[in-house]
Structure formats: C-alpha cells, structure tokens
Write a protein that binds this ligand. Structure first.
Ligand code: HEC
Length: 736
C-alpha cells in the first residue's frame, strides 16, 4: 500500500525510473516463485543453502516415495571403470540439466526422464573429468547453460543444447589462457560450477597439487561474450595484500590455493565468498615458508571487481591438504539478541567456522594454540593454528590408545604397535619421515557436499568422515644420487655385515634376515641397533658415522624408486616446466620431499580402519547457540558392525539437502558396502525412508516441482548393467 502511493508520487516526477522499477519488481517476483519450485543452482541457490521450500514430500508420507524414473547414461567408454557422477542435477522449468560421468551434458524432461538434447564437449573424444554440475542463466529469451569440460568454459542455448557462437571462440573459452603458465602445456580444469553475478560468470579452478602446480587464480567472465573481466591472485603478487606471507619469489613458482569447491554469493552486498584450497605441494612446504595467504582461507571479494574485502585463514602454512572443501553457507543467525548475517564454513578438519559476513570476524571465539613442529629437514610448520571453541568439532580429532580398533586381540596388538611406531601428537601432527597419523586427515571431516542450512531453525546439517590418514615422507633424491648412496651402502654392507647376515640379506639360524626391514623398523631404530650393537652383533658406530644415509638406502632397498614415485616425479617435472612465468624462475636447489602414501589410510593388515567406529556421522548444529541438536552414525558397513553396536557410519563426500517438508536426503556411502539413498527426520535424525540403488549415491540430491509433483533426484554410480551411471528420481505415486 505504502509503496503504491509512493509509486504514484514518483511516477509523476520520473516516469522512466518507475517503469524500470516496475519491470524489476515483476521479474523479481517471478524469480522468487521459480526459485521455490526449481533447483536452479548448484546446492540450490547462490547462498549454497542446499535448502528447498518444497513440502509435498514430508515426514508423514516420505515412506511412500517410489522411483518415478531413472535415466541411465549410455555414453560410458567401453571398458572404462564405472562412472561416479558427482553432479548435483539442476532443474529449471521442468528441465533437468546434468553432465554424465564422461562429462557430456544432458537436458532431460524432469517429469518423464525423456532426453531432450545432449551435447558432447569433447567431439567424440573420451572426455571425462570430475564435474559437479552446470549453471543456468537467463535474461529475457536468452537462456544459457554454462559449464566447464577439461580446460574450456562452454555456453549452450538451454533450449536446444547448441553452442552460442558469439561466446568466446565459437561457444567456448580456453581457461588455460590468462594463468601464469604456458596455455599450451598447463591444465586448468574446474570441477565445480561457477556462480553468476549480474552479467558475470565467476569461476574457480582445479589445478595440480604437486610441486610446480599452477596458482589458483580466480576469474570472472562476461556471461554474454566470454570475455575475461577480472582476475584475483590467490597467491599474491608483489604489492598485493598477503604477498609477505610467502618467500619473495613464490608468486612466480608456488601453486595451488585454488577455489575448486565453489563459491557463495551475497547478491545484495555484491560480495562473493570463496573456499580456498591448500598451497602446493600439499605435504611439504620448505619452498613456501610462511603463513601462505590465501591458502585454506574463506575469502570475500567484491563480485563486480574482484577486489579483496576480507579473508579468514583456517590453517596456516597447510601441510595436511586441509582444503576448504565446500562453498560457505550464507546464513543469518541470532547472537546476543542481535541478528547477524554470517558465513558458515565447513571443513575437512571438522571445525565449523562461523564468520561475520561483512567483516570476516568470528562470531564464536577462536583460539590460536601452539601445535607440534615438523621433523622434516627444511620444513617450518607454523607454530600455532586456530581452534574454534564453538561449535565443538563435528569430526573426531583425537586418537587415544583406547580408540584403536579391536577386531580381535591380535589385530589390536598389531595396530597398537604400528600406532606407537609412527608420529602422532594430536591434531596438526606434521607429516614425518617416520610416518604419521592424522585424524580427521586429508579425506576426513566434510567434503565437497558441504552443509545444508535451514534458515527457519538456524540449524546446519553436516556429515563427518572419521577415518584416520597416514603420511610417510620421503626425500626424492635425483636418480644419480640415489644410485650413489645405494652403492656406497652396498659396499659397506659387503665389508662389514655380509659375514653374518649373508650376501642376500637372508641371514640364517643364528643371524636374523634383514629383508623387508623397512616394514618392521624405522630408520632411527635401525641406526640405533647398528650403532649400539645388539646381542651377538657388535657396535658399528664409528664405521657408519657419516654414512647413515648410505647404509639405510641399501638396507631399505632404495635403489630405485617405485613406479608410483617415478610417476610422481614425472608429473612434477611436467607441471614445473609448463607453469613457470616467462622468465622461467627456478628454485636454486629443488628439494623434493614427497608423501609416498599420499591419501593413505591408517588401517590394519586386513585393510580395516585403524580406529573404532563411528567412521561417519551426520550432525545437526544450531548456529544461533553453537550447540548440537543431534548426531547419528551415517551409513553402515554391515560386515564390520559388531553385535549390539550402532551402525558404523561409512565414508563419503556428498552432503545432505534439507526441505521445508522436514526432511534430509543423503546418499551415505562412497565404498561398495551399502548402496542406499536415505531420508532422515531433520528434527531428530531418525531414519524415515531408505531405498536400494544400483550403485552408490555419488552426488548431493536435488528436489524440485515439475507439473504438480515434487521430485527428489540423485546421481548414482554405474554398475555392471550400465557403467555410465544413472540419475534416479523419486516421487509419491499418488501425488496429483
Ligand atoms: C657378528 C655378526 C654380525 C655382524 C657382523 C652384523 N650383525 Fe647385525 N645382527 C647380528 C645378530 C646376531 C643380530 C640379532 C641380535 C638380537 O636381536 O639379539 C643382528 C641384528 C641386526 C639388526 C636388527 C634386525 C632385527 O630384525 O631385529 C640389524 C638392522 C642389523 N643387525 C644390521 C646390521 C648391519 C647393517 C651390519 C653391518 C654394518 C650388521 N648388522 C653386522 C649379527 C651381526
């Protein structure tokens, strides 16, 4: 009413203004209405809420959900392994848009599952690569699908699937152009869709995580023309904020710090929020001493210009690959009686960081605490790390002897022994040449599935994975040095040790075999025995003094690198040569330490997790109070569930979605143990529905209205019958 009279007044004064305003209001209403029936954006909306206003499917009837249709992707390359489609399907006006495992794009009738069109960005070549989905944009009759495949950004007509010829070059933009390295040689391949702000398509990137990686520059393209509009250097250049948190020349050679997991956008404030990954190389930072901004930071930029607004760094000088793995949820909370717009960042480490949206200041206290130092030569682990005091971590962050798995007395003995032989000093134990354990570790906490936020209750829902990781750091000698050390060691052995331990190291009745020594003892223990002597073995302290590396190299069979190590080194050499700036900056002495078990898990000899369950949980956290509403085990490995014990929880990367119908939907599993898709009561965590699916649910779900029905869709991994995978869609049969 009030507005109407204003319109009349102003209309008299500035008709053109009000004509435009009227148009704007008209289109805004349409958008709001569409928004509540569509799932038009990755993770539902630009706030990354993973929330839907739909409630036709609700707590009372969810147990009657049935498969409405499924769409098998028939495009798998013969003989290729089964697809794992991470794409969150988007649905706009009754059409679903989704990439297959091979990253061909499909438009599918969202009520019937009939294909409308498909597009192959690889022109018949094998294709593939991870894609978490596509972006829809419209302006009047101009309706577009934007997506990346390999190193290209594409724009298609949403109605026909045809390339838009005046976007970039014939409908595509080469994303390798404008990075630091040689566009012909580097591979910059985003995995998560970008986000739209006005006429900009803002896009992150996925880059190598090795030495020589490309830096994760963040960019914005004009959505009509594909022209590059702005670039933000996530590894700051001289003169830019944060430059002094790296060695002086690092901007020319350091890589990573990329936004692979996507962004959120505050349209009103014109702010975009990035979740940034680790600097490369993930597990050794001797060549990147310092705090390494904006590594592992939530970063707020001006969406229009790409200018820095604020950042919050969650891990300093990361050595654990603790990337921020999902876009922050834009939330509004009540703290001390005041409503505050905030961002809630989930993490692999299991902390939830709640930050003021305008300033980046934490809303709950966060303490900088001292953490263990590194024992790898040349490494300087950062002396402190931030510990949020609230909410409590949603992932397990500590291992005691009691936590170690106990499948049987024997297996417990074995795992206790291993645990004691490697380095563990709690959270932030740095990678070590002795080996080290980490919980939650590289693949712990929550992953790209991120959190789902219900603004009506202030509750965020987050999954956690609790399976400890192991690292073992090894110095990569140049090939010639390795050979030298090994042959020096062999010569020593022949002179001083062979008499007792035998030419082939096999020993005999009186003398122990030294074969496979590296799996029984670490370097220190071996050197200790040789220096001090044991039983009938005299001390060799003076003989091996200064030659420790040589004797170890021989005893530990370090003559040549494993195939895996050779591949690592090739990959490093390739990316280093590709990705220098024009002057080809070179580190003077390239020191290369590698975690040769990267992404390894701490398991017993039968491959079972080294700690007791739960290995995964689903958590409901009230962001107003910082308290937990509930926590349940998520998923199950039935063969490992002990009698009378709760479900074990199973690893996974996906995240939940939450609906106004009071439901959470999530596919629980990454491994083959349970192929199920589930719905929980959002208020209690009670399981209300679950259904068997042909593979694991490999994406976050989506929900939408098409016609008069509410549907729930999820991507499912391929099986023997259809290696290409599926999108499976559920609805109530009697919904009219
Ligand atoms: C005089 C014989 C003799 C010579 C020479 C000798 N060792 Fe031994 N070594 C032994 C015996 C005996 C043991 C077992 C001691 C025990 O555990 O009581 C042993 C144990 C070891 C072990 C521990 C193995 C295990 O599984 O516990 C290592 C390692 C080892 N020797 C390395 C060496 C190296 C390297 C040299 C040469 C620099 C060397 N030894 C020379 C007799 C010898």
């Amino acid at each position: 009413m009030h507005n109407d009279s204003l319109i009349v007044q102003k209309l008299y004064i500035r008709p053109a203004f009000w004509f435009l305003a009227f148009l704007f209001i008209g289109s805004a209403c349409q958008t709001a209405n569409q928004k509540s029936i569509n799932w038009g954006t990755y993770k539902s909306d630009s706030k990354s809420s993973s929330y839907s206003y739909l409630k036709q499917v609700n707590k009372l009837n969810v147990n009657q959900l049935e498969l409405s249709w499924s769409f098998p992707f028939k495009d798998a390359v013969p003989g290729a392994r089964t697809s794992r489609i991470q794409a969150n399907p988007i649905i706009v006006s009754g059409v679903m848009y989704i990439p297959s495992g091979r990253n061909r794009i499909y438009a599918i009738n969202a009520s019937t599952g009939e294909q409308i069109w498909s597009f192959d960005p690889f022109d018949g070549a094998q294709g593939g690569g991870v894609s978490r989905g596509v972006t829809y944009w419209e302006n009047g009759n101009d309706k577009r699908i934007l997506f990346t495949a390999g190193s290209n950004l594409f724009a298609l007509e949403a109605l026909t699937g045809k390339l838009i010829p005046d976007f970039g070059k014939d409908g595509r933009v080469n994303l390798n152009v404008g990075m630091r390295g040689d566009p012909e040689k580097i591979v910059v391949a985003p995995t998560t869709p970008g986000i739209v702000y006005q006429d900009l398509y803002i896009l992150g990137t996925a880059v190598s995580e090795f030495y020589g990686a490309e830096p994760g520059y963040q960019r914005a393209y004009n959505i009509r023309t594909g022209k590059l509009v702005w670039t933000f250097h996530t590894i700051p250049h001289p003169g830019e904020f944060g430059y002094d948190t790296w060695p002086k020349e690092a901007w020319r050679y350091a890589g990573g710090v990329n936004n692979w997991a996507g962004m959120s956008l505050d349209e009103k404030r014109g702010m975009v929020f990035l979740a940034l990954g680790s600097p490369s190389y993930d597990f050794y930072g001797g060549d990147r001493k310092g705090q390494n901004l904006f590594g592992n930071s939530v970063l707020a930029l001006d969406a229009r210009t790409g200018k820095y607004i604020w950042h919050y760094q969650t891990i300093h000088h990361d050595l654990w690959d603790y990337d921020l793995p999902a876009p922050p949820n834009l939330v509004s909370v009540v703290h001390d009686g005041q409503r505050i717009d905030a961002v809630a960042q989930t993490s692999k480490i299991g902390f939830l960081y709640l930050l003021n949206r305008e300033t980046g200041e934490p809303l709950f206290p966060i303490e900088e605490r001292p953490v263990p130092a590194s024992d790898v030569p040349g490494e300087e682990a950062w002396p402190t790390q931030p510990f949020p005091l609230k909410p409590k971590p949603y992932a397990r962050q500590h291992i005691s002897l009691d936590d170690l798995s106990n499948y049987s007395g024997e297996s417990n003995d074995e795992i206790v022994k291993r645990f004691k032989s490697i380095r563990y000093e709690g959270l932030f134990t740095p990678p070590s040449m002795r080996g080290n354990v980490n919980l939650p570790g590289t693949s712990g906490g929550s992953s790209w599935g991120g959190g789902a936020f219900d603004q009506s209750t202030g509750i965020i829902y987050v999954r956690a994975t609790n399976t400890p990781g192991v690292s073992l750091v090894k110095k990569m000698e140049p090939e010639s040095d390795t050979g030298n050390l090994f042959s020096q060691g062999k010569a020593l052995y022949t002179t001083y040790c062979q008499a007792c331990h035998g030419a082939d190291k096999k020993g005999d009745n009186d003398y122990p075999s030294l074969i496979g020594l590296q799996s029984r003892m670490n370097e220190e223990e071996v050197l200790g025995k040789i220096k001090v002597g044991v039983g009938k073995m005299p001390s060799f302290a003076s003989i091996i003094s200064g030659k420790e590396e040589a004797i170890i190299s021989y005893l530990f069979e370090r003559e040549s690198k494993t195939t895996r190590e050779i591949n690592f080194m090739k990959e490093i050499a390739r990316s280093e040569s590709a990705n220098q700036d024009a002057d080809r900056f070179k580190l003077e002495v390239p020191v290369r330490y590698l975690d040769i078990q990267s992404n390894g898990k701490f398991r017993d000899s039968e491959g079972r997790y080294g700690i007791k369950p739960p290995w995964a949980t689903l958590n409901a956290i009230n962001l107003n109070t910082g308290e937990y509403a509930w926590t349940i085990p998520l998923g199950n490995y039935p063969h490992l569930q002990q009698k009378g014990e709760p479900e074990t929880g199973s690893e996974g990367n996906t995240g939940p979605i939450v609906t106004a119908g009071g439901l959470l939907f999530i596919g629980a599993n990454m491994g083959p143990a349970d192929f199920r898709f589930r719905a929980y009561d959002k208020d209690s965590g009670k399981l209300l529905w679950d259904t068997s699916i042909p593979g694991t649910a490999t994406s976050n779900a989506s929900t939408y209205m098409s016609g008069k029905k509410q549907y729930i869709a999820v991507s499912v991994a391929g099986d023997a019958a259809n290696p290409g995978g599926y999108v499976m869609v559920y609805a109530l049969t009697d919904a009219k």
